[in-house]
Design a protein around this ligand. Structure first.
Ligand code: NOJ
Length: 959
């Protein structure tokens, strides 16, 4: 990225000129630290470079005499030997979980014992231990220890065999410490292979006399050869960070043996298969950064941090998947490098490996190793640890209309009316910050919103919802009840000096609730009660924005790291978790609001951390209205889903700028295939509701939205599957075809859940064609025309005009849609469905359908239907998959009128005119129409109104 010499000088001058001329807008790099500006990242990088260039061995060793093994948990002491001969003791624990996951934890004895002296004055406030509460706020299950496993301690190493039939093992080489995780005797994941383990131990702060007069403690090297720069204080953009606990970062190299592709660690732009950040050409020049922050006008191909962080990485190769979860909510950097093998060498290592290097600023070293062996197994075990996507209310997967800002009640109701006038379905209208009195959340500006209850009721009458924004910054204003309660109740984050931490955000000077405190969460939740927040009825839902937290006056546009949460933890310890803790408190508030039968809350959050999927959706923040941002959103959304955060989308149209109308239309076509589908725009942009685009654009946008609505049963079924299994909703090729090496980097198309729908958004201006990748030889049917594409490899598919949105159905799948267009999802709930049966080459297909009331928690008590459809030969049948069908009775009765009104069969080989329908022991016959002959001689048929019920078993025979 950076450059030297005359050329780059010229480029900088040119950029400056363009900037001044207002021709390009760009991210303010100077607001955000690079690795070299972050002292702990720089120190770890320098350590790594030194270790690698000198081939030095690791100064860490597991002391054999300390090793104990008790009921699935190995404990011992790792000793770090300093250059001066000193020893630092690091308690180690390796825990084998019943799920087949191994957990590796390193702490620091001296900090654990609190046996350290902090600089004056900080003593009482700052917790001296390494942060150990990430588990408390993140892990929701899957921690049952496998007490049956056995440890084999030998001279020099210790082995634990575990996992299915003992096929997994972890071998710990004692000195130097190296940890090798294997499956079926094959090495998969190695810790400290490259000797980069680095636990920055506590040391006393050098007294001023240790440093020479006038020399910054910053520029010295200590007697362990470590650069002490920034160890005890750091300044970024004149924003100081006092570091009372001194250096406490942790670094570890993790090698994925034989894995050429790694994915995940959102949130970033850039490719799906993560780029190298060090080493080869074309790589990013900085590590991937995980630090939730508000990046104004972010770049579309960059390892820079964005709004969310999930330190989960998946490594994939043909026939195998493994992953690691780095449980650390502090700022984290991840370097990625691939091994470059010489094909002529005699080395045993034949496949490319990925070498990663993880560095966090503070806390325990706590890593979960998941040995797959498949992607579904990986997602399942990861989901058990951090939580699965919670099934959202149905409306939340409909179409959302947002802008900064809808200005008044009239504006909101006008927009709603226009959606109806222009016949465009929509479920939710959004209010951004301007609805409040001076960005004091939970208040309404009555000049423009005189009667929130009336407005919410008016929306309800049209079966629409309102989402209102509530940010975490609380305006400092002693006439503002929220602020007064926050201070009086001791709910706010403190400065290092013990006073409330204050910073600048939308309302001016603000304070931030400490969502690590239970009492604070309960207090926050109470504000969603209609007695405190007018209009907070069950069709009002919430947008938690700016919750990284974004702080305009803070370093990295966020909170000073040395501010204090409860129990003396510094903000640095848990920064990346903050936003999700806020959303959790909001969720509890919304849920508690309905006394009778709680409705499922919907919350959109900008910040996220592992487990956010239990509370709502996220979006990719302030993107630009450019083709590049449209293109890059696909991989970003997929990678969010890989790490469990499937309910993700990007602002349709782009947040900044006025997108040209063709781009807007293309974005709606892409957005209709984001799990979270919302149009949004910056306050300075022109209004761009779909009808303003004019024809043909309005019609193109309408079609995209109508397509989304007709496929809601399929989307909802995919969400249900994610809620049970952790499977991503946007499914990339490498997940669906794990052995197809050519698909590992495919990132411009993806499948929707298990439906067989394959979408390839058009993301290039004036595209005349797309290159569609097919991973197998099954038929793929064009969704719109049913025409065939077949043959493994790349196909050039013509894009005749803007109306064409490339969508295919993979042969072998049955999907469900609803063909009657309605104003909103609620109005579709009792509509009949259409089944699309896309036969594979053998004439077979299967599919699933999940349905429930779409709004309450009754599904958790079994009130839902789960059907399996199967087509074999001449027979198509629906059977029950609900394990406890008696629990579904009430729901089933409520949808007893919902029937299958049409079955479209794609790729049928025979000749039929009639179908025999059997349900509840009764039989009747209906007509079968020939819709089309396909290029392979097969046919598209339509079974007209078989009148079978979605909730019941039935069977249809083509005769
Ligand atoms: C930042 C969010 O990213 C954006 O979507 C929102 O419109 C503004 N904050 C104003 O609330």
């Amino acid at each position: 990225m950076g450059g030297t010499g005359k050329g780059s000088h010229l480029i900088r001058l040119l950029s400056l000129f363009l900037l001044l001329a207002g021709l390009v807008e760009m991210v303010k790099h100077e607001d955000f630290k690079t690795c070299s500006q972050s002292s702990f990242c720089r120190r770890n990088k320098a350590f790594a470079e030194k270790q690698l260039s000198s081939h030095a061995s690791s100064p860490y060793a597991l002391e054999e005499a300390t090793i104990k093994f008790d009921a699935g948990i190995l404990s011992g002491v790792v000793k770090k030997t300093l250059k001066n001969g000193g020893i630092v003791e690091l308690p180690l624990q390796v825990t084998i979980l019943k799920s087949g996951v191994a957990r590796f934890t390193l702490d620091e004895q001296r900090r654990r014992d609190l046996n350290i002296v902090l600089p004056d004055g900080k003593e009482k406030r700052v917790n001296k231990a390494r942060y150990n509460e990430a588990e408390k706020y993140t892990i929701v299950g899957g921690l049952e220890v496998d007490t049956q496993v056995e440890m084999i301690k030998r001279d020099g190493d210790t082995i634990i065999n575990y996992g299915p039939a003992g096929s997994y093992s972890v071998r710990i080489e004692h000195a130097p410490l190296k940890v090798i995780f294997s499956r079926d005797k094959e090495e998969q994941v190695i810790f400290n292979e490259r000797a980069l383990l680095n636990m920055e131990h506590w040391r006393p702060r050098p007294t001023p006399k240790d440093a020479q007069e006038g020399e910054e403690a910053a520029s010295t090297t200590d007697d362990n050869g470590e650069d002490t720069t920034g160890m005890w204080e750091e300044d970024f953009n004149h924003k100081p960070d006092s570091k009372p606990r001194g250096p406490e970062s942790l670094g570890l190299d993790i090698t994925f043996v034989g894995y050429g592709d790694v994915y995940g660690i959102p949130e970033h732009t850039g490719p799906l298969s993560l780029k190298e950040t060090t080493g080869s050409d074309g790589a990013f020049s900085d590590p991937y950064r995980l630090f939730n922050t508000d990046v104004f006008q972010y770049e579309y191909d960059s390892p820079m941090a964005l709004y969310g962080s999930i330190p989960f990485m998946q490594a994939h190769k043909a026939g195998s998947d493994v992953g690691v979860f780095w449980l650390n909510g502090a700022e984290t950097w991840v370097d990625i490098q691939k091994t470059h093998l010489n094909p002529l060498s005699f080395s045993k290592k034949k496949a490319q490996s990925t070498e990663t290097h993880w560095v966090s600023e503070a806390g325990l070293l706590d890593v979960f190793v998941l040995l797959g062996p498949t992607a579904p197994a990986l997602y399942k075990t990861f989901g058990e640890l951090v939580g699965f996507t919670r099934l959202p209310p149905l409306f939340a997967i409909g179409h959302h209309q947002c802008r900064w800002n809808y200005e008044s009640e009239d504006d909101v109701l006008d927009v709603t009316a226009n959606f109806d006038n222009f016949d465009i379905p929509y479920d939710v209208i959004w209010l951004d910050v301007e609805y409040t009195v001076g960005k004091r959340y939970f208040t309404w500006n009555k000049d423009y919103f005189p009667d929130p209850v009336r407005m919410v009721d008016a929306l309800d009458a049209t079966k629409r919802k309102l989402v209102a924004i509530i940010d975490p910054h609380v305006k400092v204003d002693n006439t503002f009840p929220l602020y007064n309660e926050a201070i009086a109740g001791n709910h706010v984050i403190k400065n290092a000096d013990g006073n409330p931490y204050e910073g600048q955000c939308w309302p001016g000077l603000s304070v931030w609730p400490d969502f690590t405190k239970q009492e604070t969460c309960a207090w926050w939740a109470s504000w969603f009660h209609p007695s405190k927040f007018e209009g907070s009825k069950s069709n009002l839902h919430i947008w938690n924005d700016m919750n990284e937290p974004a702080i305009f006056s803070g370093p990295d546009i966020s909170m000073h790291r040395d501010s204090l949460h409860q129990n003396g933890w510094e903000h640095r310890d848990l920064h990346n978790m903050y936003g999700t803790l806020m959303v959790k408190a909001t969720y509890e508030g919304l849920k508690a609001r309905d006394k009778e039968e709680p409705k499922r809350p919907f919350i959109l959050s900008r910040s996220f951390w592992a487990g956010m999927q239990q509370y709502g959706a996220i979006w990719t923040g302030d993107n630009m209205g450019t083709w590049e941002h449209l293109e890059s959103a696909t991989a970003t959304n997929i990678n969010n889903g890989i790490a469990g955060m499937s309910f993700s989308g990007a602002d349709v149209g782009g947040f900044f700028d006025d997108p040209p109308r063709d781009l807007l239309a293309r974005w709606y076509q892409a957005g209709a295939f984001y799990p979270f589908f919302r149009a949004h725009a910056h306050i300075d942009t022109k209004r761009r509701e779909p009808w303003l685009a004019g024809e043909p654009y309005t019609s193109i946008i309408r079609s995209a939205i109508v397509l989304r609505y007709s496929l809601l049963p399929t989307w909802y079924t995919a969400f249900h599957e994610a809620s049970q299994t952790g499977m991503p909703i946007l499914r990339p090729h490498f997940v669906v075809f794990p052995d197809d090496v050519d698909g590992f980097k495919v990132q411009d198309q993806y499948f929707v859940g298990d439906s067989g729908l394959l979408h390839h958004p058009v993301v290039k201006q004036d595209a005349k064609s797309i290159s569609l990748y097919l991973a197998d030889n099954e038929p793929y049917y064009c969704y719109h025309t049913f025409d065939l594409k077949q043959g493994r490899g790349r196909h050039t598919v013509a894009v005749p005009d803007l109306t064409y949105n490339p969508l295919f159905i993979h042969g072998g799948h049955i999907l469900v849609r609803r063909d009657r267009q309605r104003r909103s999802s609620e109005l579709m709930r009792k509509d009949p469905v259409t089944l699309v049966v896309a036969l594979d080459h053998a004439g077979q297909a299967t599919g699933k359908l999940y349905m429930d009331d779409g709004e309450t928690f009754k599904h958790e008590r079994g009130e839902y239907i789960l059907r399996r459809f199967e087509a074999v030969g001449e027979r198509i049948a629906s059977t029950n998959l609900h394990a406890e069908p008696h629990k579904a009775k009430t729901y089933e009765e409520s949808i007893i009128s919902v029937r299958v009104e049409k079955i479209i069969v794609l790729g049928y080989a025979g000749d039929v005119k009639r179908a025999r329908v059997t349900q509840s022991g009764k039989t009747h016959e209906v007509d079968v129409e020939l819709v089309k002959k396909l290029s392979n001689g097969r046919k598209v048929l339509s079974v007209r109104d078989p009148a079978v019920l979605v909730s019941q078993d039935w069977q249809i025979e083509l005769i």
